[in-house]
Ligand binder design. Structure first.
Ligand code: ADP
Ligand code: MG
Length: 464
């Protein structure tokens, strides 16, 4: 048996004891480089595989080699090495190569061993210490997401992998995912956490491709213990980024590394998201966050006052919680505004002094400020369409439905007349607007996704 046949036999044994995913991930493109006496050297495609084989599979590999050679082999080492391209072309599947491998003669020029790839230090990229579990107020609308986040930080890479948290703006998604990162780093300072917004991931990827740094990119993203990706909905329609994210995801997932993703909506509702990503996102744990109820709003205000060391009377907090209903970010904004005002005037807040400050947060006031044009823009953005498409003539379903939603909201939220609505939407007849309104009303009764969509659109519409 020559070295090549020997290695094929080893692979054959390992294949039986490993899952297909693990086997392909770790043993694809491996080969026996040399055998000097009783010492074997295995060539591996990258440093990560090297580290992994050394750590996880060394025993099995050695055992198998010894079995097959009647204990002639004593030691195994691993070396990062690449075969010459010609060889790769002649071998259909590297794992089941049939020819005696040919190796590059100038191995030393090929990126030699690197230590474990340059990884981001813990918490690089804006892990913000203030987003901790300790400062997160739990209410009915976020208790599931909160519990899942805690479970993940206690046991990363376990059953809640990936964790997918979704819900409207300002409801604590970023806070929760960063709390996971902070908690894991607190427990083990060596944890490699990478927090990125989807935008950042996209830009990094584009820059890496442009700058010929795909390898560095992969090293950075595929070797962490915890990957937090915020606002994944922005990946819509970006094919290259989706492809890359898919592979990043798989790699981490296979290594039992934890992935946490946030989005403003569930995976299925993200337009132009590849099916394979949808099913990956759905295969772990999905938890939504909703708008806080009155009690939670009061509790949040109370906690924030303590944090800021600025006591405010109970009835004033209740008033703020009554007026500001949309989300936690606005709630905080209102509180900050109120505190700044009174600190500046150097007076204590009273119900009378607070009321005028909060008028801009009153939902009834903000609604009046939205124009039909803004509404149409919001809807176009939400469904990833162009405004012209919504106003245009085409009756394609992907356009017609959002258009009907626009008409419905113009009626429901802005109390516009049907002729006005028809006009605003590309000069359509008032009966079209009427029909749209009725249709959406009917659909809303049974279509939960639509209810959710409308909720999110409204949140965006009135977000300051
Ligand atoms: P999202 O990412 O969902 O848009 P964020 O996590 O940025 O929302 O939350 C907006 C602000 O509200 C942040 O300052 C965050 O700390 C705060 N916040 C949100 N939910 C809570 C909560 N349950 N308890 C305390 N603070 C919260
Ligand atoms: Mg956020």
């Amino acid at each position: 048996m020559n070295t090549h046949e020997l290695w094929q036999a080893v692979l054959g044994e390992l294949e039986l004891s490993l899952s297909k995913a693990n086997f392909t991930t770790w043993f694809k493109n491996t080969f026996l480089v040399t055998q000097v006496g009783t010492d074997m050297c295995v060539g591996v495609p990258n440093a990560f595989t090297k580290a992994w084989l050394e750590k996880k599979y060394h025993k099995e590999i050695l055992q198998s080699l010894q079995n097959l050679t009647d204990n002639a082999v004593r030691t195994v080492s691993y070396r990062v090495e690449t075969r010459v391209p010609a060889m790769q072309m002649s071998v259909p599947a590297a794992v089941s190569a049939v020819n005696e491998p040919v190796f590059s003669s100038n191995v030393s020029e090929i990126p030699v061993e690197q230590p474990r790839p340059a990884a981001p230090p813990s918490g690089e990229f804006t892990l913000n210490g203030k987003y901790a579990f300790g400062t997160f107020i739990v209410g009915k609308q976020n208790e599931l997401a909160h519990a899942a986040a805690q479970a993940v930080s206690a046991q990363p890479g376990g059953v809640y992998n990936p964790l997918f948290i979704y819900g409207g703006v300002g409801l604590g998604k970023t806070h929760l995912v960063q709390a996971i990162g902070n908690e894991m780093v607190r427990k083990n300072p060596n944890t490699r956490v990478l927090y990125v917004t989807c935008e950042r991931f996209t830009n990094d990827y584009i820059n890496a491709v442009r700058g010929g740094q795909a390898k560095e990119f992969k090293n950075r993203y595929r070797t962490v213990d915890l990957l937090l990706v915020d606002d994944i909905q922005f990946i819509t329609g970006k094919e290259g980024t989706q492809e890359e994210f898919f592979h990043t995801f798989n790699q981490l997932y296979q290594n039992n590394k934890q992935i946490v993703i946030t989005s403003d909506r569930p995976p299925k509702a993200i337009p132009q998201l590849e099916q394979r990503l949808i099913s990956r996102f759905e295969c772990g744990m999905m938890a939504d966050v909703g708008s806080p109820d009155y009690e939670t709003r009061v509790a949040i205000l109370d906690a924030k006052c303590r944090e800021k060391n600025y006591p405010i009377e109970r009835d004033i907090l209740h008033h703020v919680a009554t007026v500001v209903q949309t989300n936690v970010r606005e709630l905080e904004g209102a509180l900050n505004k109120l505190i700044a005002f009174h600190q500046f005037k150097n007076v204590s807040p009273t119900l009378e002094s607070v009321k005028p400050i909060l008028t801009s947060f009153n939902p009834n006031n903000t609604k009046k400020n939205v124009t039909p044009r803004q509404l149409i823009q919001t809807i176009a953005l939400y469904f990833d369409l162009h405004v012209e498409d919504l106003l245009g003539k085409s009756r394609e379903k992907r356009l017609a439905f959002p258009r009907q939603i626009a008409m419905y909201l113009m009626r429901e939220e802005m109390k516009q007349s049907y002729p006005t609505i028809g006009n605003e939407l590309g000069g359509r007849d008032h009966t079209t607007a009427m029909h749209a309104y009725e249709k959406i009303c009917t659909c809303l009764n049974e279509d939960e996704k639509l209810q959710h969509d409308l909720e999110l659109i409204k949140q965006r519409l009135y977000a300051v």
